[in-house]
Design a protein around this ligand. Structure first.
Ligand SMILES: C[S@@+](CC[C@H](N)C(=O)[O-])C[C@H]1O[C@@H](n2cnc3c(N)ncnc32)[C@H](O)[C@@H]1O
Length: 228
């Protein structure tokens, strides 16, 4: 296992991010047991599974391999390439738009998601807003690393759309600033060797800018209705 994978598991455990994302979605979207859901960039699928009683109503999609039970429908493909012969009541796309942005397929994926919705269907987007301290951290990280993979959503695609938005925080808390610096790798997705060669600089930046080794990661939920 790489340090990035280890830090990712630790990050998920500390922040309980999936729980807070699911709570926010449930507050804003009425999900019926019969709704069909496409989970784009599903990873282990825990987020969409926590939204509905019957996981056989979910089509799980990820470009990487993940373990699902034989009753569950998992498709290993990129969203860009997948051909789906059905439309969905809900499409969940959580922390995945940064990938489309870097693949230069953001617009293509936004239209594809819209086309894959049934009439009255909803596209659910979750992404880090990069407001507050996270934004400052990203700006500093750009000075340390040539390439970082932070979350992105392009608001220009919301023009003319029928949508609701809400913001919520997920707290990232460590015992020490060094441990926090390790967990921050997850927000930047920098490979181990490169990241750990700058870990002292990252630790000092966090120490200089935070009172305690913790900060809130502000996230936005967008619920975008299919246009009639
Ligand atoms: C940060 S994880 C988010 C996992 C989960 N949706 C969540 O919010 O906890 C991003 C996931 O998107 C997947 N992914 C990246 N590019 C993708 C693409 N082009 N098509 C489908 N999945 C993709 C990755 O393999 C990864 O599992």
């Amino acid at each position: 296992m790489t340090e990035l994978e280890r830090n990712f598991q630790k990050f998920k455990k500390i922040t309980r991010e999936e729980f807070f994302i699911a709570e926010e979605i449930k507050k804003h979207v009425e999900i019926k047991d019969t709704d069909t859901i496409l989970d784009v960039g599903c990873a282990d699928g825990n987020l969409s599974k926590s939204l509905t009683k019957d996981s056989t109503n979910i089509t799980f999609l990820d470009v990487d391999e993940f373990n699902f039970s034989p009753q569950e429908k998992f498709i290993r493909s990129s969203f860009e390439e997948v051909e789906l012969g059905e439309k969905f009541d809900l499409i969940l796309s959580s922390h995945v738009w940064g990938h489309f942005y870097r693949n230069n397929t953001f617009g293509f994926c936004f239209k594809k998601a819209h086309d894959l919705l049934k009439e009255g269907g909803k596209l659910i987007v979750v992404h880090n807003s990069n407001k507050d301290f996270t934004g400052k951290l990203i700006e500093f990280s750009k000075t340390l690393f040539d390439q970082i993979e932070f979350d992105v959503f392009l608001d220009e695609f919301l023009e003319g759309a029928d949508y609701e938005e809400s913001y919520f925080d997920v707290n990232l808390k460590a015992e020490t600033f060094r441990e926090l610096a390790e967990l921050v790798q997850v927000l930047l997705v920098v490979p181990d060797a490169i990241y750990y060669s700058k870990i002292e600089e990252m630790t000092r930046f966090l120490e200089a800018n935070l009172e305690k080794p913790e900060f809130a990661i502000n996230q936005r939920l967008l619920v975008i209705k299919k246009k009639g």
